[in-house]
Design a protein around this ligand. Sequence first.
Ligand SMILES: [Zn+2]
Length: 280
Amino acid sequence: MFVPFKEILKDAYSNKYAVGAFNCLSLENAMGAIQAAEELRSPIIIQLAEVQFPYSPMEKMAPVFIESAEKASIPVCVHLDHGQSLETCVRAMKLGFQSIMYDGANLPLEENIRNTKEIVRIARALNVDIEAELGKVGNANSEQDNVSDIFTDVDESAYFIKETAVDALAIAIGNLHGKYVATPQLNIERLQEINNRNRLPLVLHGGSGTSFEDFKSCIHNGICKINVATAIQIAVTNKLEKYFKTVSNPNYIDMKYQMVEASKEAVIEHMLLFESNGKA
Ligand SMILES: [Zn+2]
């Protein structure tokens, strides 16, 4: 069933767990993710990022997401991850996405605020919720000189939230996008400061390689949504590799089944970690 983003996050915030937001690039990913959520009785966010449109076009994936959400027996939110322009965000709203992440984190603060405000204004009229980002989430595959320079600033977070009135804020506390080479160390102290100041649901991007301890500290200190993309892709790739190695007569239907299973397993693993099981 469709449940608004804000409501899903509000419950997570009050009960100190996080809802997994899983990037689904295919029908198999979406099927596996929803099956996992139903099996664990967990709320779930299924999402797609703008950079993924070349191989998983939003217009083609939207009907899959929306039908999955409508038919599911647990709360589902259909979300646009990393919308890079006003145009993309509005297109997603028109397609029926219930919440949008507008990513202006690479822009100067005032420009990020200006753009986010404009998107919030349109979203309010259409009953769509908004996530924005402040600070820079790095990329696991690129070199960074001083990671602390890009952490979300506490004062800036309060100013940004007051100006934009967003429903959730993605923060940078040492988390990285992509497949980690080494497990990152998150700045939990900074997270606590941001949480104490704002009391707004916070979002952690780059949830594919964070340590068990850091995940636990995050969900108990205001992180209500954790994005997981790479972990599903790795799980599917590994499962298929094993399938082709062990099965003498591979066929396409079996292969599709393996893809759904691998997606489901990866989602289950993260939901248990985020403690969202039994919360639906
Ligand atoms: Zn992200």
